[in-house]
Design a protein around this ligand. Structure first.
Ligand code: PMP
Length: 436
């Protein structure tokens, strides 16, 4: 058994786990839709790990592919040399990406994908002779990882305010989705497309010729499942086009089937210039991210300004083990039709999650594909306390949920059965009844 001292050495810096000082939660094993704790308790995974284990846990095909790759070619310095699995994975992925986003940069995480995308956007303008376009626009409540690029464009001020200077020239779109207009809407809210007009405010403020890119999550996940109002993303696209600004979709969560399409771009039918991904790319098995761009942008990044090549890439870009995991994952997604399963289950999922409307303290429910956000009324003077109580009690009751403040986020593996949807939501409903 782990001693208290042993646990002290590795305390994941996430709020929830930090609060379990005397009785940390440990997961020892996982298979399919479930985790098991070290003492053998079975826990239904309502979050696909952390929005990533889309094909369910313990997929033997992935394990075997990674083992074989490691035994064959454990590492390749992709700065200088390619390797077959890297090319194979890139070519497989660009069949899934929308439009002409058919060039890939591999990274090792969502945060690295975001940094890469921001650099590509600025570099692209520079090569085109518009070096003044260096500003980046994010969105209030946007989450783009924990690198300095990601926290700068990210819109959760708590994530950035203690870390000194951020990237200069960054600004944020307002994204106030008034709950009174949208409470308990099923799917995307009808109200609020005009919120995208806020980009015109920033263009007027900063001058379009200084703005390189706008980065948004098609559906904001980590801030508590915030859905873009109908027409919002289209409008952002139109304003970006008008002013020569690149539009980046951060699809670290929405990529690989979460909404019932391969990417959120396809779900919302809006074509970004750059897509960032990670998580579901390898089913969470081996860290990996990827950034997708069209040839024109890729070539500019490769070419560099004035014949001087840009320098970018990671020691572990296209790591053979990650590529093998990625290939095995994509094989499973295709064979089992998982990238569209979220669409097949969307109605059953929506009905199930909206059955919690009458549960105590529930003030809003948002859903899309196989995602839901269930917002609880915060306790006076104790924001997040109700959400945390729900997390603890759910875990005791054998379901893993995720909470952001008082919003519960659900994003189960895409292999979930309708019986398991019922089980997840029924147990969550029972827990909510016990929370004052
Ligand atoms: N972007 C988005 C939209 C995310 O949801 C996340 C992770 N939740 C990230 C970036 C960062 O990814 P990572 O934790 O792999 O760095």
């Amino acid at each position: 058994a782990l001693t208290r001292d042993a646990l002290e050495a590795f305390w994941m810096p996430f709020t929830a786990n930090r609060q379990f000082k005397d009785q940390p939660r440990l997961l020892a094993r996982a298979e399919g839709m479930h985790y098991w704790t070290p003492d053998g308790r079975k826990v239904l995974d309502g979050c696909a790990g952390l929005w990533c284990v889309n094909a369910g846990h313990g997929r033997k095909e992935i394990t075997a592919a990674v083992a074989e790759q490691m035994a064959t070619l454990d590492y390749a310095p992709t700065f200088q040399m390619g390797h077959p699995a890297g090319f194979e994975l890139a070519n497989r992925l660009i069949k899934l990406t929308p439009g002409d986003l058919n060039h890939v940069f591999f990274t090792n995480s969502g945060s690295e994908s975001v940094d890469t995308a921001l650099k590509i956007a600025i570099a692209y303008h520079r090569v085109k002779g518009e070096a003044s376009r260096q500003r980046l626009i994010g969105r209030e409540k946007g989450y783009h990882g924990v690198g300095f690029g990601g926290i700068s464009v990210g819109g959760l001020s708590n994530n950035r305010k203690y870390f000194g200077a951020m990237l200069p020239g960054v600004d944020h779109l307002r994204h106030t989705l008034d709950i009174e207009h949208n409470a308990f809407t099923r799917g995307v809210p009808e109200w609020g497309a005009h919120l995208a007009d806020d980009l015109e405010r920033l263009v007027a403020l900063h001058d379009a010729s200084t703005i390189a890119a706008v980065i948004v999550e098609p559906m904001a996940g980590s801030a508590g499942v915030i859905l873009p109002p109908k027409g919002y993303l289209q409008k952002l696209r139109a304003i970006c086009d008008k002013h020569g600004i690149l539009l980046i979709f951060d699809e670290v969560i929405t990529g690989f089937g979460r909404l019932g399409t391969a990417f959120g771009a396809q779900y919302f039918d809006v074509m970004p210039d750059i897509i960032t991904t990670a998580k579901g790319l390898t089913n969470g098995a081996i860290p990996m991210g990827a950034v997708f761009v069209r040839k024109q942008i890729y070539d500019a990044f490769m070419k560099g300004p004035d014949g001087i090549e840009f320098f970018h890439g990671y020691t572990y870009s296209a790591h053979p083990a990650a590529c093998a995991a990625g290939l095995a994952t994509q094989e499973i997604y295709e064979r089992e039709g998982l990238l569209t399963r979220g669409a097949d289950l969307a109605k059953a999922w929506e009905d199930a999650v909206h059955s919690l409307r009458s549960a105590p303290n529930v003030i809003d429910i948002r859903n899309l594909g196989l995602v839901a956000g269930i917002e609880l009324q915060p306790r006076a003077g104790a924001v997040g306390a109700r959400g945390y109580e729900a997390l603890v009690k759910c875990f005791e009751k054998g379901i893993l949920i995720r909470t952001t403040g008082d919003t519960i986020a659900l994003s189960p593996p895409l292999i979930i059965s309708t019986a398991q949807i019922d089980e997840l939501i029924t147990r969550l409903g029972e827990v909510l009844k016990t929370i004052a």
